[in-house]
Design a protein around this ligand. Structure first.
Ligand code: G3P
Length: 215
């Protein structure tokens, strides 16, 4: 499973890169707004740091405007992946942009049929939002499972990019049900390595190592 980081904060991206397991980045307008920095400049900087796909979201009301913005975003760097919301306009833009060789990540997926429509339109990624479904007492992981079955039934190459991840167990479950990518906030990435028994085990080994007589 690929690991993307879900942030527009360059400091967090550099910290995640240092772990050696980062395959890409996803951003959205809320994450960009949080940085207080200009959109295009931020995306260009992230693209220069991370070789994998970097999702940059277009915000528009018509397919033509999505296509125009998508082309502009794709021109910023070779690894830009244009993010579009699932809607009639977004789907039409997805078809046009992917036929031009531009990567597209279709976002705000809450139903398997939305994902199937995106795959038919040639999407590179679909982003089902697990946490936001769990937040309303639905089962986010079930959505990933169902999309996995549908894509495998027909051999769609569209990758399932699990988004809205809230905790390490979401990451484990994504790997178990076969998501292609998990996009993870830095706060969750930093929890992926820790376990209380690992911490106490390291402390004990370090303490005992000091008791070993030097030769
Ligand atoms: O980037 C999309 C997604 O990961 C959003 O997550 O936490 O705002 O539901 P969240």
């Amino acid at each position: 499973m690929k690991f993307f980081i879900d942030t527009a904060d360059v400091r967090e991206i550099k910290q995640a890169l240092a772990l050696g397991v980062l395959d890409g980045v996803t951003t959205n307008p809320s994450l960009i707004a949080k940085t207080g920095r200009p959109f295009h400049e931020t995306i260009q900087e992230i693209c220069s740091l991370v070789p994998g796909p970097v999702s940059a979201e277009a915000v528009a009301e018509s397919a033509d405007e999505f296509i125009k913005q998508g082309r502009e975003l794709a021109a910023l760097a070779d690894n830009v992946c244009v993010k579009l919301p699932i809607s009639e306009e977004g789907l039409a833009a997805c078809k046009t942009l992917t036929s031009e060789g531009i990567m597209v990540n279709m976002t705000l997926i809450f139903q398997p049929i939305q994902a199937l429509m995106c795959a038919k339109a040639g999407a590179t990624f679909v982003s089902p939002f697990i946490g936001r479904l769990d937040d309303i007492s639905a089962t986010g992981m079930r959505l990933i499972e169902e999309i996995r079955v549908i894509f495998d039934n027909y051999g769609y190459a569209t990758e399932i990019l699990a988004a809205s991840i809230r905790h390490p167990q979401h990451v484990v479950d994504c790997a178990l049900v076969g998501a292609d990518v998990a996009t993870i906030p830095y706060a969750v990435i930093s929890k992926l390595l820790s376990h209380p028994l690992t911490t106490s085990g390291i402390e004990k080994f370090n303490a005992d190592a000091k008791k070993i007589p030097s030769a």
